[in-house]
Design a protein around this ligand. Sequence first.
Ligand code: PGA
Length: 254
Amino acid sequence: MSRTPTVGGNWKMNLDRDASVALARDVCSRLGDAPGVEVAVFVPFPYLLGVGRVIADSGSAVRLGAQDLSDQDNGAFTGEVSASMLIDCAVKTVLAGHSERRHVVGETDQLVGAKTRKALDSGLDVILCVGETIEQRRAGQTDAVNERQVRAGLEGVSPGDMARVTIAYEPVWAIGTGMTATPADAQDAHAKIRALLGSMYSSVLGEETRIQYGGSMKPGNAVELMAQPDIDGGLIGGASLKGEDFQAIVEAAR
Ligand code: PGA
């Protein structure tokens, strides 16, 4: 089964208007139509339109992504951003349940599931992020946490919609810390998540669903991580803010 690798640049709450446009230009000119790899950038809300314009003007295949969305359609939800607003800004794909949303903002598994369904029902692709904290890893709960988050995140998601879902396994302790899961540990978690998808849906669907690794992935470790049979790309934070490093990671995925 060959899965097209997918690499996302999660810009988080970084950059300003000029810098986001400059980075988008740099990424688009480096990657062009990026054959063989699906590439997306997850841009702060205020810069979506500007970055979207750069992508459209460049003719690049880089996909415009948002870092979060509301589980509601519209109404009195101060500060929230709906799926239809994102689509209006040419967004194609969105993160759901990033660890910083779960652990800093306090999003529950149920809310993440509701966001995932809302995004899919609205026509967006979704990257559902899961992963354990260091305490959970030390307590031997890694697989149980991943299973709980995958099951809740995909609650009510039909097999037909799964073609638009990517799972990002991102151990919380590896995000932004410079500590990376060993390729063997990451592979083990990915294989278990794939088997879980197989049991929840079908073995074919388990084989077809892409599972990215995230957590301090950089040019120096990307090749080894992506060489693992069940690692289908990466979700990149810090290293996605430098065009050269992001390009190197995309090359590693190819
Ligand atoms: P990092 O972030 O690459 O800076 O560790 C990854 C992520 O949060 O998606």
